[in-house]
Design a protein around this ligand. Structure first.
Ligand SMILES: Cc1cc2nc3c(=O)[nH]c(=O)nc-3n(C[C@H](O)[C@H](O)[C@H](O)COP(=O)(O)OP(=O)(O)OC[C@H]3O[C@@H](n4cnc5c(N)ncnc54)[C@H](O)[C@@H]3O)c2cc1C
Length: 440
């Protein structure tokens, strides 16, 4: 192929997910020609999450977000933890107060709708979207990435910068030697989810939401994961409820539990089943979450290429934050590509500005702070079972059995803890958990 016939852009973005469309939009807005290659039929068609999107990150890319009428479901006006025991639940959720910030901080969304719109916004910035196309390898010259090879006939596309936003299954990142290993079983969770359709009025009544302008995001701990290191979730859409659970691959394999059995058990839980009774199953899916965060993060740049989002393990699993990290990283990668074009320098040294940009954001700070979480949960396998069950017993006892001397009540509560875990070990667990999430 002669040089003239080469299909060439200033930037190629691989993957039209949250990171990809953000990176592409920023690069195109700054005058670069950008091709965004997506393997799905349409952007978003293969994407899956819980979940909630975070307003701050959407506004980073589109300050006029609300004029663009994003296809969001309900604002999250109530959020918190549900602690499940075998047959009970303690709810610790917050509503009102800071949950009424303007704008509301999180919105429930459905990815198939949202990602298509997110990519459409990038297209409006001038991005050329190439769907139904898989990037299979890179074109290299003198070890530098100068383009990609796709699965199309004559599918070579050239650009001096390639931004890899391929999601958790980061085969291309591995191909470049940036990620040293495949997914680590203890640091990757397999999440399974059902999207259940229900009339909006039923959702409002069952979840105590005053109107369709109110929504719930619950992180669920305890019996939901059968005591394995993992979390469940429940999000209310306008006329659907997303219910799912994610557990580390290692723990699932060791316990010999099938993911769909875990989900079915959660859906059948006596506290959960009535909430979704009569709903119609619309979608069922499974997806990996790269929970290793900092510990499994690949190198973020090389000559001619950058990596952003799940492909770079940018997820804070405890807070269900991944989309905002992907968008912030996409933005930083797009800005770095623009700067590299201004300098006409696409070397690893020039592209290291991406890492410097990210270091100034919450993305790297948080991932570093939570770096020991996977290890903490692995080393204390009963943590997710013991305390939610104890909390249920303790509060259950406190609010029942009236007429008993209170001294006896407190003794019983204490015993329900020490029967599960000696006091010294329980105190050690709390201190270790505190140190882990504080990043000490
Ligand atoms: C069950 C579940 C619940 C979650 N809940 C939340 C939540 O509530 N809030 C939150 O913030 N985060 C949540 N996350 C995490 C969040 O979904 C991810 O962090 C986020 O989607 C990462 O965005 P991304 O752009 O990096 O990757 P993705 O959104 O996965 O996008 C990657 C894109 O690349 C495309 N692609 C991949 N390989 C190729 C290739 N070779 N060629 C062309 N295209 C390719 C894919 O088709 C896809 O469109 C959840 C994740 C899961 C699994």
């Amino acid at each position: 192929m002669s040089t003239k016939e080469k299909l060439t852009f200033d930037v190629i973005v691989v993957g039209a997910g949250l990171a990809g469309s953000a990176a592409a939009a920023i690069a195109a807005r700054n005058g670069l020609s950008v091709a965004m290659i997506e393997r799905g039929q349409t952007p978003g068609s293969k994407n899956y999450f819980g979940g909630a999107l975070y307003t701050h990150s959407l506004l980073e890319i589109y300050p006029d977000l609300w004029d663009r009428k994003p296809p969001l479901e309900r604002p999250v006006t109530e959020s918190g933890f549900w602690f499940l025991s075998k047959d009970g639940m303690v709810r610790a959720t917050v509503q009102g107060g800071k949950m009424q910030n303007d704008p509301i901080d999180a919105y429930v969304a459905l990815r198939a709708k949202f990602d298509a719109w997110w990519a459409e916004q990038a297209k409006k910035e001038g991005v050329f979207i190439i769907p139904k196309t898989v990037v299979v390898d890179f074109i290299r010259e003198d070890e530098k990435v100068v383009g990609v090879i796709t699965d199309r006939p004559d599918g070579e596309i050239y650009a001096p910068v390639v931004i890899i936003c391929e999601g958790v299954n980061n085969l291309l990142t591995q191909k470049l030697g940036l990620a040293k290993h495949d997914l680590k079983a203890h640091a990757s969770a397999l999440a399974v989810k059902q999207l259940i359709s229900m009339p909006a009025e039923t959702i409002n009544a069952r979840f105590g939401l005053p109107s369709n302008e109110h929504g719930l995001a619950a992180s669920v701990m305890g019996d939901v994961s059968m005591g394995l290191p993992g979390l469940g979730f429940l999000y209310t859409g306008v006329d659907s409820v997303s219910v799912g659970v994610g557990v580390t691959l290692e723990a699932l394999t060791k316990a010999g539990i099938k993911p769909y059995e875990l989900l079915q058990r959660y859906l059948n839980h006596p506290m959960i089943a009535p909430m979704i009774a009569g709903g119609r199953l619309m979608e069922y899916g499974a997806h990996i979450i790269p929970e290793g965060g900092w510990t499994t993060m690949p190198k973020l740049y090389t000559d001619g290429a950058l990596v952003a989002g799940d492909a770079a393990s940018m997820v804070n699993a405890l807070h269900w934050e991944g989309t905002n990290m992907a968008i912030m990283a996409g933005k930083a990668a797009g800005e770095t590509a623009v700067e590299a074009h201004q300098k006409r320098d696409f070397s690893a040294k020039s592209l290291s500005a991406y890492r410097a940009r990210l270091d100034k954001t919450f993305v790297m700070t948080d991932l570093h702070q939570y770096r020991n979480l996977s290890h903490f949960l692995k080393s204390r396998p009963d943590f997710m079972n013991t305390y939610p069950a104890f909390l249920n017993d303790a509060l259950g006892m406190f609010f029942s059995g009236f007429g008993k001397p209170k001294k006896q009540l407190y003794k019983d509560i204490l015993r329900s803890l020490t029967d599960r875990r000696p006091l010294v070990k329980a105190a050690g667990d709390m201190i270790a958990f505190g140190r882990t999430i504080m990043g000490f």
